[in-house]
Write a protein that binds this ligand. Sequence first.
Ligand SMILES: [Zn+2]
Length: 118
Amino acid sequence: MHETAVAESILHTILEHVERLGNAKPVAARISCGQFNAINDEAMRFAFETLIEGTPCEGMRLEIRHIPLRATCKDCHTTFDFNVQRPTCTACGSTHYDFQPDAPLLLENIEFQEPSPR
Ligand SMILES: [Zn+2]
């Protein structure tokens, strides 16, 4: 299960930001992934929540965005979201297409709590 390794690497990156921002309190993070390296949301959240216990990240929300695989039709040149249930061009129904590069696993965004006014 690679979710644990992914969660560890995300936590590491977030903690680096926390330190750089003078111990800001992170409240949420968003990651995105493609289809070949797809992660299981439930396993990922569980791994992340277990890891952040006792760290400055405790209580953070984790959003996971799945980016569909895109393909380009060789007949009509339409680029479409590939659907494994219906693997044909969405415009002309052709089965001749090339896949676009899959989206990488990415930490897109970290949200920090606004510093409370003194
Ligand atoms: Zn087509």
